[in-house]
Structures are given as structure tokens and as C-alpha cells.
Design a binder for this molecule. Structure first.
Ligand SMILES: Cc1ncc(COP(=O)(O)O)c(C=O)c1O
Length: 419
């Protein structure tokens, strides 16, 4: 999938400037904060003789419910599986419409298509880059059955507005919280706010098990349904059947899926969960350092987090003021990469992707805020374990690049007249 996020790509030469050297310090976009503790926990499971879903996964689920403050947690193999199972448990069927932002990873919309339902793309708020609830309202039809708010970069969406919309039009809410562990909205942790919340434990996420995911819900029937459907629709899981005192008998109650999380992944997840607050603090400190350094630059807009919520800081998304620069976003990224700073872009809006254009007739210009954000945004490295030297290098390189390609006419406007 988005391996691009992990790759430190060989920088292409910058078109506007002949570079004399490549920087000796290469800051990767991400380095997973995993080490000896995780290795130890995983190896204990490997030596235990039971490696697929079993007691460690159930322990991980229990600890996760405690951490986010939900009633039920269902561990699954990916965040995409979490979305699929939630939509299925919410009763989404072929022909139904599901609202979701165009600025997201394809998994958000793809999971809707698994059920034969229609992803209805919505524009974003130009400041937070999260779903624009007014635009969502404009796109509601009698077929609309659910909404998937995506907490981009870790900043929660406006959940009060989304709950009001959902109530007025009888929509189910499935939060895509792939980026939002741990994040809070009005003092509540994401995971306890809506009927379904889906987390991802993909390699670059704020808690990782390599691949993995979790759904939290306070709906006991939905929790039961998702537990059944994550393992083939079989009435009891393998751990219970293969235990010494277990019974070999099982019944297939539904045509389910193979979406369970293994015990060795869960063992890693438990270690990561215990470090989750500390890792968030580390990312927040980097975000604050970046914002303090970039706020004075007129070529750059730093991320805005609304005062009633907190971000996990999974991503740090900068916006370039292209009217104040002589280069575009792509050249800006190439320059940073050439100088040893790996970047990414979150996200190429879905309506610009070939599949969504072909399948749903989307066109350039359909979602102006998303397009504007896309052409001006870039994500900088932000991960626990970034060294001071790496942080300083990122800051210095962004400042230097902004200064070098400053639009002279734009900046001249701001030169104070001499007395
Ligand atoms: C917003 C969003 N939703 C869903 C997913 C899917 O998660 P996973 O890769 O665990 O299936 C991702 C993964 O990158 C994501 O960024």
C-alpha cells in the first residue's frame, strides 16, 4: 500500500537549481519506534506454542478498551478490515450511499465498495483539512446510510456537527481513526465518541503491530457480530477449539472473513500501548518545535488544531503559500529530499485517482478545497526517536528552502519603509 510513506526515495535533481552536493544527513520520513521490548514480547509468544489469535489478543483488546474508554474492542488484521467489519455490522448494503472525505487514503472508500455500497466523496474544511460537514449535508440523499469522518493527521473532526447531521438523517457513524490514537475531542478520547471507531496499526502509525487494526464500540450486538465475522462466521475461535479442554465441534453461522490479529502482533501491540502516551508527547514536542520555527515564515502555513481537541500528531502537514514562492509544491519536496529530508503528501484526493474518476465520473475541480490543499501540502518527518540533530536539520532545510525560493515581489510588500 502506501510504501511511499516509508521510503527514503533517492532525490531527483532539482530543476531550478544545480545542487553541488547531497546532504550527509538523511532524515527518513518514518522510523518505527520499536526495539528490544517489542522483540522480547514477540519472541515469548513464538516460544509459547500458540501464535495466532488467542489469550494475548484478548488481553490486548481488554487493555485497549481501558485506554480509549470504550466498552468493546475487536482486534483485526488491518485498519481496512476494521472499516469493512464496522460497515457490515452497521448493516450497510449494496446500493447504500456512504459519505466520506475525498482527502483520505483509498482504504476509507474501498471498504464501502466491498459491500456494493457507494462512496460519496465530500470536500474538506480548508483549515483543518477534515470533512466539511456542510458539504456532507448537501450530498445527503434518501440512500445515504452512513458517514465516515476521517481524523486527518490525528486532529479529530467536528464530532458535534457530525452527530447532529447523523441524527437528523438517521446515519450510522464509523470514525476512521487510523491516524487518531491517542486524540481527544472535547475531553473525550477518540474511540468512545461514536458507535464505531476504526484504528490502524500499520507500520507508520502511532501504535504499530506491523499490520493490524482495532474497532471500538459500545454496541454489544455489533461487537458480537464483528467478533463472529472476523473469523469466518464461526461460532467459536480456534483458541477455544484447540485447547486441551476444548471441543473440536464448531458451526459456521455466516459467510465471514479472515480478519483476526495474531498473538505475536498483539504482544507487540501491548508493549506499544504502554508507551502510547509517551510517544504522543514526543511527537507533540516535535510539532511544537516545528510550528515555533515555521510560524514566522510567510511562505508557510503551520497546522491548526482547534482549541476543543487534541491531536495524536501522527502527521505534521505543512501548507505552502504558493503565491509567495517561485517553485511549486513538488519542487519544494524535491529540494527538501535532495537536502536530506524525506517528505510525503497526505493525501492525493480520491476524486483525482484513476479508479474514482473511472468508476464515479469524478473530475478535476469537483472538490476545490481538497485540490487547493493537495497542491500546497507536504508532510514532514515526525516520529518518536527523532534526534535533535534530525529535527534541527528538518527545520533548517525548510527555512533555507523557503528563503531561497521566496517570491521577491511578495516579500517586498512587507518591507517596512525606512523612517
Ligand atoms: C486514513 C486511513 N484510513 C485507513 C487506513 C487503512 O489502514 P490499514 O493500512 O491498517 O489497512 C489508512 C492507512 O494508511 C489510513 O491512512
Amino acid at each position: 500500500m502506501d510504501n511511499q510513506k516509508l521510503m527514503v526515495t533517492k532525490p531527483a535533481p532539482h530543476p531550478e537549481k544545480k545542487e553541488d552536493h547531497l546532504c550527509d544527513l538523511q532524515v527518513p520520513f518514518h522510523r518505527a519506534p520499536v526495539g528490544e521490548e517489542e522483540a522480547q514480547a514477540v519472541s515469548e509468544i513464538i516460544r509459547s506454542g500458540w501464535i495466532t489469535m488467542g489469550p494475548k489478543t484478548f488481553e490486548f483488546e481488554r487493555e485497549f478498551t481501558r485506554y480509549v474508554g470504550a466498552q468493546h474492542a475487536i482486534a483485526v488484521s488491518t485498519g481496512t478490515a476494521a472499516l469493512h467489519l464496522s460497515l457490515e455490522a452497521a448493516g450497510i448494503q449494496a446500493g447504500d450511499e456512504v459519505l466520506l472525505p475525498t482527502t483520505t487514503f483509498t482504504a476509507t472508500a474501498e471498504a464501502v465498495t466491498y459491500l456494493g455500497a457507494l462512496p460519496v466523496l465530500v470536500d474538506i474544511d480548508p483549515v483543518t483539512m477534515n470533512i466539511d460537514v456542510e458539504d456532507a449535508l448537501r450530498r445527503v440523499t434518501p440512500k445515504t446510510k452512513a458517514i465516515i469522518p476521517v481524523h486527518l493527521a490525528g486532529q479529530p473532526c467536528d464530532m458535534n456537527e457530525i452527530h447532529a447531521l447523523a441524527q437528523a438523517h438517521r446515519l450510522r457513524i464509523i470514525e476512521d481513526a487510523a491516524h487518531a490514537l491517542p486524540s481527544e475531542y472535547q475531553g473525550k478520547r477518540v474511540g468512545q465518541i461514536s458507535e464505531f471507531t476504526c484504528f490502524s496499526f500499520y507500520a507508520t502509525k502511532t501504535l504499530t503491530t506491523g499490520e493490524g487494526g482495532m474497532i471500538t464500540t459500545d454496541n454489544p450486538q455489533a461487537a458480537e457480530r464483528m467478533r463472529l465475522m472476523r473469523l469466518h462466521g464461526i461460532d467459536r475461535d480456534a483458541w477455544k477449539r484447540y485447547r486441551g479442554d476444548g471441543s473440536w465441534f464448531y458451526e459456521v453461522l455466516e459467510a465471514g472473513f479472515k480478519y483476526n490479529l495474531t498473538d505475536f502482533q498483539s504482544a507487540m501491540g501491548l508493549v506499544q500501548l504502554a508507551k502510547c502516551d509517551a510517544m504522543r508527547q514526543a511527537r507533540q514536542a516535535i510539532a511544537q518545535t516545528y510550528s515555533a520555527a515555521f510560524s514566522p515564515l510567510e511562505e508557510i502555513v503551520t497546522p491548526t488544531v482547534r482549541p476543543d481537541r487534541s491531536s495524536s500528531w501522527h502527521l505534521y502537514i505543512l501548507r505552502l503559500r504558493l503565491d509567495r514562492l517561485t517553485i511549486d509544491r513538488d519542487s519544494f519536496i524535491r529540494t527538501l529530499q535532495h537536502r536530506g529530508v524525506a517528505c510525503s503528501v497526505h493525501f492525493i484526493p480520491l476524486h483525482l485517482q484513476p479508479y474514482y474518476r473511472r468508476a464515479y465520473g469524478c473530475q478535476v475541480g469537483d472538490y476545490p478545497h481538497a485540490e487547493q490543499a493537495y497542491h500546497s501540502c507536504l508532510s514532514l518527518p515526525i516520529f518518536p526517536g527523532m534526534t535533535d540533530r534530525e529535527i534541527t536539520h528538518v527545520i533548517g532545510t525548510v527555512q533555507e528552502t523557503a528563503a531561497e525560493f521566496r517570491h521577491v515581489h511578495a516579500s517586498a510588500v512587507h518591507v517596512l519603509p525606512s523612517a
